[in-house]
Design a protein around this ligand. Structure first.
Ligand code: NAI
Ligand code: MG
Length: 491
């Protein structure tokens, strides 16, 4: 028998191709037992603390201060002193140096920050590593570049800083939202008191260490922690000149009422219920990737998430089939595992809200699809979910779920797509998938949304302004537009 004809010995082929876990080491992060407030370059001891945990297993991470109105007052006073003592009159080129330094230090320490962000917030490490951290550093780089060019950004308008900015941020992108708020404020010569969200304070507290490394003058950035009461105290603080808020529409409205008539400046970046619209000439596999990225990125804890999918009727069946098949390949699990696509839900309260809205969808008559999926026993988890057979009036088509839950609806004509997409109190973002450039422009002109993505979704760049219409808020962050809320003009 010729050599080649010999029967081959059976090779041992593994039958199971699931990924082995690849956990990121957490040794790089040192979490203290207890944190105070960072005020005037010093750590203030808190009178009262609460425990911040990891949503992946409810492990306690640290005791964090619950700042009182008095603590907030100290932070605002420190910011005022730093403002008057030189920061506001420092040449822009000098302010830029600090911002460049902060950007570089964030890059150098990015792994440490990424691990901490995933640990405290629940987002998969591949997102904190590849999205949150690079973008946060990019924001500081970008606004460093504007600091000495404000007169060119606003010719003949004599830009000058507003004063002390009070900034309140949410838990879905803790460090990135800090960067969106702090970078433009400092570039324009303001000083800052920032309050991170109660469930995710740790990256903001680690950022204080970056400020020290960068030798930012004391009091230019102050960080106070605590829940909504601390936020409310910051809003009400008399010596704050401007409030910047990102969070729920409910709290945004409350803040706007509180500030009415005070003369304080305000920007609000609130909720969303974005339409992701797929036409029958779109590249379907690419669209499926965009839909998945649009709603399952960061467990759907994204204000601009593509939570309403509008599919042109002729491609409804193949698209939904592809989408459901794709869902079976999403790996839900440990945020610190480099193979995880979907991490933990941020908090018990948020998980409860998602469950309640999903139950309402089933009750109202929508059809639910969830891929087979084994969830960890401890911690807060929700299986990526798709609802079909959704009517526009259902709560899952109207309310922000802020979780990994997609509602699929259909349309026939571009006019109908626009009408249905705009049928929401929100207006933060939208996506359009089509081969036709002219149709993209036609749609973008008619969609009432601050950002319209074409053949992509959830793309961010510091040079591109972001913000809403209607109940999604007002004011823009990012780009040259993002400077304006932090400047006064002599006109
Ligand atoms: P929230 O609006 O209560 O919290 C956001 C921030 O505001 C936190 O730092 C919080 O401590 C602070 N805050 C709460 N009450 C305040 C008050 N009266 N005055 C000043 N600051 C206050 O949002 P929450 O309760 O965490 O989430 C509820 C829902 O809001 C979510 O399910 C989601 O639908 C939406 N949301 C939207 C976000 C967005 O990026 N647009 C971010 C977070 C939540
Ligand atoms: Mg709340």
């Amino acid at each position: 028998m010729a050599e080649i004809d010999k029967p081959r010995r059976e090779v041992d082929v593994p039958g199971d191709w699931t990924y082995a876990s690849a956990p990121e080491s957490r040794d790089i992060v040192h979490i203290r037992d207890r944190y105070g407030y960072y005020v005037g370059g010093e750590w203030l001891e808190p009178a009262e603390t609460y425990e911040t945990i990891s949503p992946r297993d409810e492990e306690p991470l640290a005791a964090v201060g619950q700042a009182t109105a008095e603590d907030v007052g100290r932070a605002v006073a420190a910011a005022r002193t730093a403002y008057a003592d030189g920061w506001s009159s420092l040449p822009g080129s000098e302010r830029a140096k600090y911002l460049f330094r902060i950007a570089r230090i964030l890059q150098e320490r990015s792994r440490e920050f990424a691990v901490l962000e995933s640990l405290n917030g629940g987002k998969p490490i591949k997102e904190s590593r590849d999205v949150d951290l690079p973008l946060a550093a990019a924001h500081f780089f970008y606004y460093a570049g504007w600091a000495d060019k404000l007169e060119y950004a606003f010719p003949n308008r004599r830009p000058r800083p507003v004063g002390v900015a009070g900034q309140i941020i949410p838990w879905n992108f803790p460090l990135l939202m800090l960067a969106w708020k702090v970078a433009p404020a400092l570039a324009c010569g303001n000083t800052v008191v920032l309050k991170p969200a109660e469930t995710t304070p740790l990256s903001a507290l680690l950022f204080c260490d970056v400020l020290r490394q960068a030798e930012l003058p004391d009091g230019v950035v102050n960080i106070v922690t605590g829940d909504g009461r601390t936020g409310a105290a910051l809003v009400e603080s008399e010596d704050v000149d401007k409030i910047a808020f990102t969070g729920s529409t409910e709290v945004g409205k409350e803040i706007q009422r509180r500030l009415a008539g005070t003369g304080k400046r305000l920007t609000l970046e609130l909720g969303g219920k974005a339409a992701n619209i797929v036409f029958d000439d779109a590249a379907l596999d690419q669209a499926v990737e965009g839909i998945v990225n649009g709603i399952y990125f960061n467990q759907g804890h994204v204000c601009c998430a593509g939570s309403r999918l509008f599919v042109q009727e002729s491609i409804y069946e193949p698209l939904v089939a592809k989408l459901e098949r794709r869902l079976t390949t999403l790996r839900v699990g440990d945020p610190l595992d480099k193979n995880s696509d979907v991490g933990a839900i941020n908090s018990a309260a948020q998980l409860e809200k998602i469950r309640e809205l999903v139950a309402s969808g089933v009750e109202e008559g929508a059809e639910i699809y969830q891929p087979p999926c084994v969830l960890p026993e401890k911690g807060y988890w929700f299986v990526p979910t798709v609802f079909t057979n959704v009517a526009q009036s259902y709560r899952i088509a109207q309310e922000e779920i802020f979780g990994p839950v997609l509602s699929v609806l259909t349309f026939r004509t571009p006019e109908e797509a626009v009408e249905k997409a705009n049928n929401t109190p929100y207006g933060l973002s939208a996506g359009v998938w089509t081969e036709k450039g002219s149709r993209i422009l036609w749609m973008a002109q008619r969609l009432r949304a601050g950002v319209v993505w074409a053949n992509t979704f959830n793309r961010f760049d510091p040079g591109s302004p972001f913000g809403g219409y209607k109940e999604s808020g007002f004011g823009r962050e990012g780009g040259r537009h993002g400077l304006e809320p932090y400047l006064e003009f002599d006109e």
